[in-house]
Design a protein around this ligand. Structure first.
Ligand code: ZN
Length: 168
């Protein structure tokens, strides 16, 4: 009896390994797994952007696909309200603040969010609470290098644990 085809294609509950190169509209490489191990993610768990996850569904190991993901299905639109000027004194005084740095900050509701430094002025720091890839159309060149069943622990945690055991 042949194995069910569902064991061989990308579907919810599978740990999928992908090699990928992500470029922007100008073809500039933003991120790539080149020279690294493939990225493992748990399909259906929101580990990767929804637009890419959707396009990988039903694909088989070894398949290569090129996917363009609009911001709405990627890291979201860029919200101008997320760009704010904050007094320098709100940041640790012993840290050299530079554009491109990342901090975690607590908002008025007590939620912790990541903010990116986009500018430094004399008395203020300009922060952006949007993801750095917000507002960008993402162009992925993806090769599926492996598909396996998630372990029970991985399924419970909502992410893969990789070949070296548990690391968060
Ligand atoms: Zn875990």
């Amino acid at each position: 009896m042949a194995a069910s085809p569902t064991t061989k294609v990308v579907a919810d509950g599978k740990v999928v390994a992908i090699h990928y190169t992500l470029t922007d509209d100008k073809g500039e490489v933003l991120d790539s797994s080149n020279g690294r191990d493939p990225l493992e993610y748990l399909h259906g768990a929101g580990n990767i952007v929804p637009g890419l996850e959707e396009k990988l569904s039903g694909r088989a190991a070894g398949e290569r696909l090129k996917v363009s993901v609009e911001p709405e299905m990627g890291y979201g639109k860029h919200d101008p309200r997320g760009v704010q000027r904050v007094p320098r004194s709100e940041f640790p005084s012993d840290v050299q603040i530079e554009a491109g740095m990342q901090f975690s900050a607590e908002n008025d509701q007590g939620e912790v969010a990541v903010v990116w430094i986009v500018g430094v002025e004399a008395e203020h720091v300009v922060i952006d609470m949007n993801h750095p890839l917000a507002g960008k159309t993402l162009h992925f060149d993806v090769t599926i290098s492996g598909i396996r069943e998630a372990t029970r622990e991985e399924a419970q945690h909502g992410h893969p644990h990789g070949p070296h055991g548990h690391h968060h």
